[in-house]
Write a protein that binds this ligand. Structure first.
Ligand SMILES: [Ca+2]
Length: 133
């Protein structure tokens, strides 16, 4: 009997490591199949904080079908305006053809500097920060 070793991997990155309050951050999620000869179905990508505006997957390589196979790269994106230092956990999930579920997570933290938090107007916040230093 052939033993399937399904595996999935998500790598999450943010386009900035630190932003001012209210500034947008774009997250990119790259999902790949790390298993051995085990195409994955029902592949999904979720983020615990970036829940709206998720786009993708954009499928690179392979056959562009509904199965994530080895060598294929599925990329998702999500943008969010951050008010406070935020740590997001992304979770990728898939199933092999025996319905064995595999998951992987990746975490990214984007800093919003203390003292700048909670402001509405960037210029105003900038001045008040300087004044309190
Ligand atoms: Ca495929």
């Amino acid at each position: 009997m052939k033993v399937l070793k399904p595996g999935i991997k998500v790598v999450k990155t943010a386009n900035k490591s630190e932003v001012k309050p209210g500034d947008p951050v774009k997250y990119t999620f790259v999902v790949t199949n790390t298993g051995t000869d085990a195409p994955l179905k029902d592949v999904s990508l979720a983020d615990d904080k970036c829940t709206t505006g998720m786009t993708g997957p954009v499928k690179t390589g392979g056959n562009q079908d509904a199965l994530l196979e080895k060598g294929e790269i599925w990329t998702y994106e999500c943008s969010q305006n951050l008010q406070n230092t935020t740590t997001n956990i992304a979770t990728a999930t898939g199933k092999d053809n025996l319905n064995t579920e595999v998951t992987d997570t990746d975490t990214v933290t984007v800093k919003v500097p203390a003292g700048h938090q909670g402001g509405q107007d960037r210029q105003q916040v900038g001045r008040s920060c300087l004044a309190t230093r």
